[in-house]
Design a protein around this ligand. Structure first.
Ligand code: FCB
Length: 449
């Protein structure tokens, strides 16, 4: 499979899912530390206290990236590692970790792509309301300035937020992720504050480093009605507005879809003059995180929404139903996801530059004689990348692909029970084994030369 000469192949990860060292060297508590330490929140009572111990093993993991031939690595910064209280005094050791990480990546010839917020808000800021508080946008901008100031001379690729929809929906409405709130009425307020934080951060990065390329990583899935009924089709339109246009319209058109602001008062965010101009700050690219398709049906029970997504629960083992493969997350494998999303962005939003910032699959891997024969993951990567290639042939402006993820890690509410890595991790010994899918990816990258 041949891609354009300058196409980037990388892998992505996030701070809380890999770093561990949750209270070391002056790091402050994050909402994920608090959430994982609360009993009953994470499968098997797992926590990210040690995770993949990336804080200590980053050099070894960068050696693995080099062995795979990765061009780039997308990682996030733990806000409370750098600012233990969320604001104010910098923790020099925390900042130093990210400087060393960037240096080591550059040394290995791997481009560091920094994602500023991947869900681990400082607990000190959550105590003041977190993203429910409009001030959180400004706090995020301050944090961004500090990071851009210290890394901006060596990092040229930036993302502000990871999946604001999931941060708001899972964290504030459904209570499945930190901070664990069940306040569905607050969701649009949270989204607006996140988007405001995004816009402010874009400006901060650019003022520290005018050569920076700046984007945001959104979770964008194809949305299909579950049946051909008019009700389900209408539900799919609503889902499109809520899950995709709520984020893309403000970025590209400087306004939210109408239904966002005409909701009943309880749900409606307060949008101040000038907010939308800030949020619409021009971007250099859009990051797309996508794993599966949303099958949507009409639901009178989803208050304020009118739709719901058919979702299987996570499972111990992957399974097939009606000839369709599902992963251990219970996510349908639908290889056209990337093709469809790239075409959607082309047709609906003027074909912006796009990076696939996350894509991958969780299967129940086993080490057998020092090898991991994960054919299903290899097949997943192969068919999904074929979708990217097809989109490129049809004029998509996709510039690169980041596999989720390098090493098996802490999968949020699912703990360590889900393995997405190109590299297997024995969570007891921290031993790493490159899976067959990792070897396949390595070959693919090498064959581009
Ligand atoms: C995405 C998250 C990422 C990872 C994958 C599987 O929604 O951004 O951290 O957990 O799902």
């Amino acid at each position: 499979m041949k891609f354009p000469q300058d196409f980037i192949f990388g892998a992505a990860a996030s701070a809380y899912q890999i770093e561990g060292a949750w209270n070391m060297d002056g790091k402050g508590e994050s909402i994920w530390d608090r959430f994982a330490h609360t009993s009953g929140k994470i499968r098997h009572g797992d926590t990210g206290d040690t995770a993949c111990d990336f804080y200590h093993r980053y050099k070894d993991d960068i050696a693995l990236m080099k062995e795979l031939g990765l061009h780039a690595y997308r990682f996030s910064i733990s806000w409370p590692r750098v600012l233990p209280e969320g604001r104010g005094a910098i923790n020099p050791k925390g900042l130093d970790f990210y400087k060393r990480l960037v240096d080591e990546l550059l040394e290995a010839g791997i481009n560091p792509c920094v994602n500023l917020y991947h869900w681990d808000l400082p607990q000190a800021l959550q105590d003041q309301g977190g993203w429910l508080n409009r001030d959180c946008a400004a706090w995020f901008a301050e944090f961004t300035s500090i990071i851009a100031d210290h890394l901006g001379d060596r990092v040229f690729d930036w993302m502000t937020l990871n999946e604001p929809l999931m941060a708001a929906a899972l964290g504030y409405a459904l209570g499945i992720h930190a901070p664990g709130y069940r306040k569905p009425w607050s969701m649009f307020r949270v989204i607006h504050h996140l988007m405001l934080g995004h816009g402010l951060a874009v400006n901060r990065i650019r003022s520290e480093n005018p050569d920076a390329k700046v984007g945001i990583a959104l979770d964008l899935r194809p949305i299909h009605p579950l049946s051909n009924s008019e009700k389900d089709k209408l539900a799919a339109e609503k889902a499109d507005i809520f899950m995709r246009r709520t984020f893309l319209d403000p970025i590209f058109q400087g306004r939210y879809p109408e239904t966002f602001t005409t909701r009943n008062r309880l749900f409606r965010p307060r949008i101040k003059d000038g907010d939308m101009e800030i949020i619409a700050a021009p971007l250099d690219f859009v990051g797309v995180n996508t794993y599966t398709v949303d099958r949507v049906r009409y639901s009178p029970w989803a208050i304020g929404m009118g739709f719901e997504t058919q979702m299987d629960p996570a499972a111990e083992e992957e399974y097939t139903r009606n000839g369709v493969q599902y992963t251990t997350m219970g996510w349908e494998v639908y290889p056209q996801v990337l093709y469809e999303i790239l075409m959607y962005l082309k047709h609906e939003y003027g074909n912006p530059a796009v990076f696939v910032t996350e894509n991958g699959a969780a299967f129940s891997d086993k080490v057998v004689e020092s090898r991991v024969h994960d054919e299903k993951r290899t097949h997943y990567l192969q068919t999904h990348l074929a979708g990217v290639k097809k989109a490129l042939e049809e004029g998509s402006n996709c510039k690169g692909y980041f596999a989720w993820t390098l090493v098996d890690n802490f999968e949020w509410a699912e703990g360590y029970s889900k393995r997405f890595g190109l590299v297997y991790v024995d969570h007891k010994t921290q031993q790493r084994t490159i899976k067959d899918s990792g070897l396949w990816y390595k070959k693919l990258i090498a064959s581009q030369k």
